[in-house]
Ligand binder design. Sequence first.
Ligand code: ZN
Length: 327
Amino acid sequence: MKKTLSVLLALVLGITCMTACSSKTVTQEDDTKLQIVTTIFPEYDWVMNVLGDNPADAEVTMLLDNGVDLHSFQPTAEDILKVSTCDVFIYVGGESDSWVEDALKEAENGNMVVINLLEALGDSVKEEELVEGMQGEEEEEDEGEEEEIEYDEHVWLSLQNASVLVNSISDALEKADPENAGVYEKNASAYIAQINALDEEYKAAVAEGGKDTLLFGDRFPFRYLVDDYNLNYYAAFVGCSAETEASFETITFLADKLDELGLPAVLTMEGNDQKIAQTIIQNTQTKNQKVLTLDSMQSVTAKDVEKGVTYLSVMESNLEVLKEALK
Ligand SMILES: [Zn+2]
């Protein structure tokens, strides 16, 4: 099998070389270097996995690389230029990405392949949900104005979504660089197998856990994750709400839930000062719960990437946290 593949590959490479050698100028190659632009870290890491050894020597950019999350991101003129001149562009496509529309209007490349994660997921996209005890976001609304549906943008926190999206990325790369289509397809299926294996580990951990509810003394970007495993949840704030002050009612509701369900931990997301979580614990009867952190990957930096942080490494750490929280 392997032999046939390498013979085939040699044949394909031979043909490519002949075509390349017969083309007019060598300098054209630099102009045609594949430019791939991603907004957030998970997209970037998925692309790197599909590229593998990067046979086309593609240049990959992660726009949000300094710890500022997608809700607060303001593109620079340079960012807009990168988006408008690239070959493949990948973005989330929710409320926080409203700047993208204008950038794409400037697009110079008529053949640009664009992936909007929310569109790629179609019906799997969920609306933001307000569960019992959760503080909604105060919004200024004009009278008579129709309430807009707010989609939960944190789609990458579902491993099942990740499988679908890696396939979309593979399709996009195959379209943008047909010469290496076979390589991308092969890399994507190997990577998806890893994602699916981790998904199975999550299922097993949830099945073995003594609890089926997570309680967040924080914002709650993990709806896609809990829904994948039919976990219940309570949280202080919806999605990535800008609210930071929990009311007395919120604190006591969550503290009572901890007591009622006998949960071992209060969860927070990365970068939280844990004050709300501590206050909730102080208001329980036992006051002995742990504070644990799940990483939503919204503040992964270029430095973290250099240090070797990957989408799968974060999801593996999150699995360990989940096991603790469901004990
Ligand atoms: Zn968020």
